[in-house]
Ligand binder design. Structure first.
Ligand code: GAP
Length: 452
């Protein structure tokens, strides 16, 4: 049983203990807090703290570097969350973006029909009578402007993808891309999930990183295989590939727009669940928007001298699920050399909130503190660096291990003599002396080391 309550979120822990430790570390060390916590929370919402936002930003930056900057065929955009409601009518979300739900007739608790056995007892009150399944549209509604009538009703986007399709013509006209090419974006999405839960796994507000990759219609199957490989490379970079398995989604279970879908499932502490997805959306979205808007969304093929409507292959990544997968994959408890226990977050260095922590060996020796301060100020300009002068060195090491800081630098008496410091490695706990003038170069080299 969990010792703490996470609102109404349903927790289905198999490895309860491990998950509990991750959630507790995340709160205690400033990674992730319950949303609206001082008011008792708001189900399905979480806030990122100082370390969490660094980790999350590092994930997004690495993704953008790998999928946008390092290539020539992907165009990044940042489209509005609020869109004309006709977008969602054309995309099929108004009609189809729903989960089947059932209500307990006794306590009125609501569940996803595909996640609960209708013959089982209600997990809330134990009663055994449910309503029949009904479709529940998951888009959040709001109003644009001061009049709250149906004409002003709009939605918070449930996926970033539609902003990319809506800008297809703008990208063609402004960037003159050659097929195949992609549109990428990172941004918030909102879904009124019936049963949010399992910490940041299923929330009502989350972030996505998505690529809509446009190919000639006959080339989609090859593009699909190619993107499957690129997604595998990404997961290898994060050090999570060994915990991921791929699952072909059967026709009846795919989203309304999909011709083929492969899900990438991750071994979360609460079970194997979807981390990412890869789908072929065919020409569904471009054709739907052409029809509904009257604006032709097509590509002119110079060689063939004809217009074609490209097919779309879509690799999609949840940012928050990536953060959870990273915490779950890299959380480890080890015996230290003295037989004690240390908790280490073995994040790839590029993703760690702090890369380096600087310690003055003693807090009461002004020359040592001053020297350490100088190193801290200079490193901080280029590399995310923490300062710690509390407690003893051993405790400081353990505190940094727990938040995943790859290197700790101690300034000691020897530093005053020969200008070298101790650099201690998080994973091996090994120490070496490095000249202070070499530190920035040393860490840069380490950070550039490929992780996969
Ligand atoms: N554009 C396609 C699309 O949105 P999806 O499988 O519905 O596909 C894509 O969502 C990804 O977004 C998922 O693989 C997952 O990583 C993330 N995601 C979806 N719903 C989520 C939720 N309620 N909370 C957190 N992440 C979510």
């Amino acid at each position: 049983m969990l010792k703490f309550s996470l609102l109404h979120d349903k927790l289905t822990y198999m490895e309860t203990d491990r998950m509990e430790k991750i959630v507790s570390l995340a709160k205690r060390r400033g990674f992730i807090f319950q949303g609206s916590e001082i008011y008792g929370g708001l189900a399905g919402t979480w806030d990122y703290g100082p370390l969490g936002v660094e980790l999350k930003n590092n994930v997004k930056e690495l993704w953008w570097d790998f999928f946008v900057h390092a290539r020539g065929d992907i165009y990044g955009i940042d489209s509005a969350i609020l869109m004309n409601r006709k977008v969602w009518e054309a995309s099929g979300h108004v009609e189809n973006f729903s989960d089947p739900m059932i209500d307990c007739k006794k306590c009125q608790s609501r569940f996803r029909a595909d996640k609960i056995d209708i013959n089982a007892a209600c997990p809330e009150c134990g009663a055994r009578e449910f309503t029949s399944a009904r479709a529940f549209n998951m888009m959040f509604k709001t109003y644009a402007g001061p009049v709250e009538d149906s004409a002003a009703e709009i939605f918070l986007r449930p996926e970033t993808a539609q902003g990319s399709f809506s800008n297809f013509k703008n990208i063609i006209d402004s960037m003159r891309p050659k097929l195949p090419f992609g549109i990428a974006q990172i941004g918030k999405a909102f879904r009124n999930e019936i049963t949010p839960g399992n910490f940041i796994f299923r929330t009502r507000e989350f972030e996505q990183m998505e690529i809509e990759y446009f190919t000639a219609p006959g080339a989609w199957a090859d593009a699909f295989d190619y993107w499957r490989g690129e997604m595998q490379k990404w997961m290898a970079m994060l050090g999570i590939a060994s915990l991921v398995s791929e699952r072909e989604i059967a026709e009846g279970e795919r989203a309304h727009y999909s011709k083929r879908t492969v899900d990438f499932d991750f071994e979360f502490p609460f079970g194997r669940e979807e981390l990412y997805g890869l789908a072929c959306r065919s020409d569904f979205d471009l054709k739907q928007h052409t029809m509904a808007s009257g604006v032709e969304l097509a590509y002119y093929d110079e060689a063939a001298k004809e217009k074609i409507v490209p097919f779309v292959v879509e690799p999609t990544f949840g940012v928050d699920r990536t953060v959870l997968a990273l915490l779950a994959a890299h959380y480890s408890e080890e015996e230290d050399k003295k037989g004690g226990k240390r908790t280490v977050l073995k994040l790839p260095p590029q993703l760690a909130p702090y890369k380096v922590a600087i310690f003055p060996l003693v807090a009461n020796k002004p020359q040592i503190v001053e020297k350490a301060r100088d190193i801290y100020s200079s490193l901080k300009k280029n590399i995310s660096t923490a300062w710690d002068d509390r407690g003893n060195i051993g405790k400081r090491y353990y505190a940094q291990d727990e938040i995943g800081t790859p290197w700790c630098v101690t300034v000691d008496y020897q530093t005053l003599e020969d200008n070298t410091v101790t650099v201690r490695d998080r994973d091996t706990a090994e120490q070496k002396r490095v000249a202070t003038g070499e530190l920035t170069h040393f860490f840069r080299e380490e950070l550039n080391r490929p992780t996969a």
